[in-house]
Design a protein around this ligand. Sequence first.
Ligand code: ADP
Ligand code: MG
Ligand code: MG
Length: 250
Amino acid sequence: MLSIKNLHASIDGKEILKGINLEIKVGEVHAIMGPNGSGKSTLAAVLAGRSEYDVTEGEIIYNGKNLLELEAEDRAREGVFLAFQYPVEIPGVSNINFLKTAIGEILAYKGLEPIKAKDFLMMLKEKQELVEIDRALVRRSINEGFSGGEKKRNEIFQMAMLEPKLSILDETDSGLDIDALRIVANGVNKLKSEENATIIITHYQRLLDYIIPDFVHILYNGKIVKSGLKELALELEEKGYDFIKEEVEA
Ligand code: ADP
Ligand code: MG
Ligand code: MG
């Protein structure tokens, strides 16, 4: 599904990503961990197509397409979903209208018929139940006045509705209490399928008590310096990031 080769990216002339290699197959959950400032959010932003980053070298192939040639909007329509660390509030735009428009655009992009009102409502109901979100939240303006936990739940709800192929959650767990953490984890676990893949970016091991990743990668100073199975996250938790620094320097 996703093949990243020798990816280098800069911002304002400063190189942040220094040769990332990563292969993700459909059905897999990959966790990317690493100390603050190692380039985790930069990687997420480059995948989503945020324009302030310059890719200076390397390639990203997504479902057989050169991802770097697609505009951010088209990446979203191709099924790339980025969940933010701090979800934005959009007063005056209801969740429902946003989702109706977004789904309409995805279908039009694929040359498919628009969704029927009846089918949209059925889908809304089904996904509301799946992620256990309150009906009232779904009808309100996007994130306006939502608590931290409600924003997270809403983000997972959006993910459920848009049915992305590749979801990227960038430190979506930071600052969350244990209940909100469970909301995110349950959502990700329920939405996992043989047709999608997920990248979970996290600084702490905590989220990985609830989401079992297939692979764990450690990003340090713009490179993936170590990859392993879920046990690597536990090792990291136990030893701290200093052990990575020591290994890299040795
Ligand atoms: P992480 O998510 O792992 O904490 P980031 O990708 O946010 O790391 O940042 C990696 C590095 O890039 C840091 O040194 C950070 O200061 C730098 N950086 C990120 N965004 C910008 C920016 N807009 N301008 C300059 N430097 C930036
Ligand atoms: Mg950070
Ligand atoms: Mg970050």
